[in-house]
Ligand binder design. Structure first.
Ligand code: NAP
Length: 524
């Protein structure tokens, strides 16, 4: 049963009387669920509680925190069909996607649990004292990573489970030792409430402090802004629009004590198709890209929104097949009328730009909120002259850019903003022939692919899901994979600290048996 109340640690709360509802984009009607917008008092209560919880939670062992994360995964699974049905109602996404995303969410939690059990992620470095060193004695200095404090998470509209309430941001922050306050996404607050209750149950079962997790409802900006401004909040995780991410980033930097905002924002994920790929398998790539562009109604941050090649008959044939194949696919519903509205506005705007040809536009009748896939084509020169064409259009949409030669292709890439991914379609000889193009693409992206599609982000230790601005606010970090934990910690050095008072990770005996860098060598 969804109560619509705010979840402040172990307590359900509804102190205000402002309410909102979630929306079913498939039926084009509001759901039956009503949510109570969090008040300023509730916001403050959640942060104060998180701050108190931090004092205890930061010192809880990795093994116990791992048990907490594993219990969350089990409790999410135990929500059974109610979770799947609520997810489908609030997102319009199909059941298979809901089940897949639930599996991914549980897998992420378990991956962080494994990281904590192994323990070396704290990056312990030990350099013992040298009292007899000449001309000056050297102090004993030891360093490791420590959690920052309470973290606020803004979940993504396009991943109601894997990038939301118990998604990668929350899982990594809890793993790091930071309590989490989620600003529930107003498009899937019911899904969020169910998952929040699973987290609270898991926290109680495993003896975590009250306030280690809270979930606040809101359909406007005020709750999120108050959370970011609260002096006891120490970091923010965000996935969504450039506009939203930057608003929160600026707010965080205007505080008396600025805090980091790890925002993952827009990306058009350029794909470079070299003549070798057009010749060997242009038609195959066109078919694969038609599915990649339309997957999940194109609502993926890694959606390939820009395909670049060198003009000629083969490039034209590729564009034609891509357009034909994309129109054969049944279009699907978008997440929300607002997202549908922004998609339609964005694609109409770009379709009307100088030199742009619409080469595919789904014109058959559709039901409400169903996104019509669209492909545009433009020359390299026109693309270079109009920065508007770089804009992300979130949905089943892509722009094909036909460049006059490799130099112009390189220039186009040089003028692009930072991206989450970049893809090369070609053969190994192209690395020598088009070395500058490959290098330029790499300088713009967080993940570079060879002969693949960028949609589908593996959750693993080597994943980078981030990229130079504006793909994210800090290209040194990733929001997917176990390295995401590094966003929520800071290094602390202990100088000449008595061994028995050091954290276990730094004690002489290495009681945790973790890999450490000792006097320049890795040991365990
Ligand atoms: P959004 O508008 O950026 O909102 C994301 C979250 O941030 C929401 O909870 C929203 O709160 C909050 N927020 C946004 N602007 C804010 C501000 N100025 N101050 C305080 N809080 C703010 O994204 P969305 O609603 O999830 O989706 C809308 C668009 O974002 C899409 O059409 C797409 O372009 C983009 N998007 C991109 C990605 C990606 O991975 N790159 C993923 C999802 C969405 P409220 O809604 O409660 O106001």
């Amino acid at each position: 049963m969804i109560s619509g109340k705010n979840i402040i640690g172990n307590k359900l709360s509804k102190q205000g009387d402002v309410t909102y509802k979630t929306f079913n984009p498939k039926t084009n009607k509001e759901t039956d669920f009503t949510f109570y917008e969090a008040t300023s008092v509730e916001i403050n209560e959640a942060v104060e509680l998180a701050s108190e919880a931090y004092k205890v939670y930061k010192d809880i062992s990795g093994i116990k925190k791992a048990g907490f994360l594993e219990a969350i995964a089990l409790e999410i699974e135990a929500l059974g069909d109610e979770l799947i049905e609520t997810y489908c109602k609030e997102s319009g996404l199909p059941e298979g996607r809901a089940r897949g995303e639930r599996g991914r969410t549980m897998g992420q939690l378990r991956a962080f649990a494994a990281l904590l059990k192994e323990g070396s992620w704290v990056e312990a470095v030990i350099e013992k004292g040298q009292p007899d060193r000449e001309p000056m004695p050297k102090a004993d200095i030891r360093k490791m990573l420590f959690p920052l404090g309470p973290v606020v998470v803004f979940g993504a509209s396009n991943f109601p489970l894997a990038f939301s309430t118990a998604g990668g941001d929350t899982a990594s922050a809890l793993a790091a030792g930071c309590p989490v306050i989620v600003k529930s996404h107003p498009m899937h607050s019911g899904t969020g409430e169910l998952v929040s209750m699973a987290i609270i149950k898991a926290a109680q079962q495993t003896g975590m402090p009250n306030g280690v997790f809270s979930n606040l409802n809101s359909s406007g900006f005020e709750v999120g802004q108050q959370l970011v401004k609260h002096p006891k909040v120490k970091a923010v995780g965000f996935t969504g629009s450039l506009h939203g991410g930057m608003a929160l980033y600026k707010l965080a930097n205007e505080r008396d004590e600025p805090i980091p905002v790890f925002a993952e924002m827009g990306s058009i994920n350029p794909v470079v198709i070299f003549p070798s790929a057009l010749e060997a398998s242009g038609q195959v790539w066109a078919t694969k890209y038609a599915s990649s562009i339309t997957m999940g109604a194109g609502q993926f941050c890694t959606n390939p929104g820009l395909v670049l090649g060198i003009k000629g008959e083969q490039m034209d044939a590729f564009a034609k097949t891509l357009s034909q194949e994309i129109l054969k696919l049944e279009p699907t519903s978008m997440l929300h009328p607002n997202i549908y509205g922004k998609y339609t506005e964005g694609k109409n705007d770009l379709s009307g730009q100088d030199g742009v040809t619409v080469i595919a536009d789904y014109t058959k009748e559709t039901s409400a909120n169903v996104a019509r896939p669209t492909i545009l084509k433009v020359s390299g020169a026109k693309f270079l002259a109009n920065a508007k064409l770089h804009k992300e259009v979130f949905g089943p949409f892509s722009v094909i850019v036909s460049c006059k030669d490799a130099a112009q292709l390189e220039e186009v890439l040089n003028n692009l903003e930072g991206q989450l991914t970049g893809t090369i379609l070609g053969n190994e000889k192209d690395f020598a022939t088009y070395g500058n193009v490959v290098d330029t693409l790499q300088s713009r992206v967080g993940r570079i692919l060879f002969n693949g599609v960028p949609t589908g982000v593996e959750v693993c230790s080597s994943m980078v899901h981030g990229g130079p601005f504006p793909a994210s606010t800090d290209a040194r970090f990733t929001s997917v994979g176990t390295s995401a934990i590094k966003r929520w910690v800071r290094p602390v050095s202990f100088q000449d600290w008595p061994n028995k008072f050091l954290p276990k990770a730094l004690q002489d005996e290495n009681p945790l048996g973790i890999v450490r860098l000792e006097e320049g060598s890795y040991t365990n």
